[in-house]
Design a protein around this ligand. Structure first.
Ligand code: KG4
Ligand code: ZN
Length: 395
């Protein structure tokens, strides 16, 4: 089963072709990071406009790359679907920004109609949870940085060498015999979904049997990273910048709160932590002064990151025990975080822990195609009537 998927829920226009829910033939992403950078956050109106401009070029690139990897010729769009023998088109229906989702949904509906293919709507979080099953060979990802308004330079597709090199199953139970193969990751497992828009702890018993055990009560962790970075003047998205600085700082330098750490539930809250960091920034003389003092800046980033990581992993650990699970998948944009990866590997040495490669942590369409392989396609009438759902709950 070969599926072309489109993802446009936030600020990445993405398309991918995936075989049998696992093998990634192409993973193509046009990123709007530079477009929103000046505003320190996603501007929905700009995001929708970029999706409209890039949706078809991204699909085209995904089809070309998939064709190349299969060694088939693709003269044009029409020829691509025939020679690629696509079985279905999948699309992120929600949750996300409504204007962004609409572009992906309408593009997918149109292509499914024109090419006479079944349409499969996918939940964005179900996609993140399937990302750990994607097998992404080196060279199958292409990234394009969309230039900001006023920059007329022609953007170029780049192969994402760094992300392709990272293993998709980064940790597992320690094996006394290093020659022994790692066990294959499977259901049931606990999913710690940590991203910018939505975050939760989910029990996954099967692709279509997902139960939310806890969620962010206010700011999602990625949102807290972005807001702290914005306050420090570190640019957007904030996660990678704070992560880099934190690696060189002292995580115990500042005594920051660990909100709802001891509450007997699997929810988390980062708004209070973010406010505490903002107060420290003011106490230290404001962001400009702090950026001039490298040590204090690195220490504050490290202390903030340590608090986030401790809350996330303590909640995950409690949920693993409560649900009697021995597998953990950490997914979503914040799963790129090096501090989180290192501490999780240290803390969860006895369970089967997996992270996707970074290019499949942040929003992508490969995870949507992988999830779609387990969702029933819509009939033609249902496909034509499909709507985008900004606040779609996990079915
Ligand atoms: O999953 P994603 O691409 O989009 C949503 O579905 O929200 O996640 C984006 C989020 C942003 O908030 C970004 O700051 C965060 O992931 N992020 C990171 C890192 N890389 C990306 N957060 C912490 N450390 C990182 N290295
Ligand atoms: Zn996401």
């Amino acid at each position: 089963m070969r599926i072309l998927a489109i993802e446009s829920s936030c600020d990445e226009t993405a398309a991918a072709v995936v075989e049998d829910g696992r093998r990634v033939l192409s993973n193509v992403i046009a990123s709007q990071t530079r477009v929103h950078g000046a505003y320190f956050g996603v501007v929905p109106e700009l995001a929708s406009r970029c999706h409209i401009e890039y949706a078809l070029p991204v699909v085209r690139e995904a089809l070309d790359l998939a064709a190349q990897s299969l060694g088939v010729r693709t003269a044009d769009f029409e020829a691509s679907t025939k020679s690629l023998a696509l079985d279905a088109i999948a699309v992120t229906r929600g949750p996300g920004l409504i204007g962004s989702l609409l572009v992906g949904v309408e593009t997918a509906k149109t292509l499914a109609w024109v090419w006479n293919l079944p349409l499969i709507p996918v939940h964005h979080i179900a996609g993140h949870l399937r990302s750990v099953f994607c097998e992404l060979p080196a060279g199958q990802s292409r990234i394009l940085e969309i230039p900001p308004e006023g920059d007329d330079s022609a953007p170029e597709w780049k192969s994402d060498a760094e992300s392709c090199a990272v293993e998709s199953q980064s940790a597992g139970p320690p094996s006394p015999n290093t020659r022994q193969r790692k066990p294959v990751f499977d259901y049931p497992y606990l999913g710690l979904v940590v991203s910018g828009g939505h975050s939760s702890i989910i029990r996954a018993d099967a692709p279509d049997r997902l139960r939310v055990l806890g969620a962010a009560l206010d700011d999602a962790p990625g949102e807290a990273y972005d807001k702290v970075a914005k306050r420090l003047g570190l640019g957007y998205p904030g996660g990678p910048a704070v992560d880099r600085l934190a690696a060189e700082g002292d995580p115990q330098a500042f005594d920051l709160p660990r909100p709802v750490l001891h509450a007997r539930n699997y929810d988390f809250s980062f708004s209070g932590l973010k406010t505490a960091v903002v107060r420290v920034i003011e106490d230290l003389g404001g962001p400009d002064r702090l950026r001039g003092d490298g040590t204090a800046l690195r220490d504050l980033c490290a202390s903030f990151q340590a608090a986030v990581v401790e809350v996330l992993l303590t909640k995950a650990e409690r949920a693993l025990k409560g649900e009697r699970l021995s597998r953990l998948a950490i997914v979503g944009g914040v799963a790129c975080n090096r501090g989180l990866r290192a501490e999780a590997a240290r803390r969860f040495g006895r369970i089967h822990l997996v992270f996707p490669p970074p290019v499949l942590c942040t929003d992508n369409a490969a995870m949507i195609a992988a999830a779609a392989a387990h969702v029933k396609p819509l009939c033609k009438e249902e496909a034509l009537a499909l709507d985008a759902r900004a606040g779609w709950e996990l079915p």
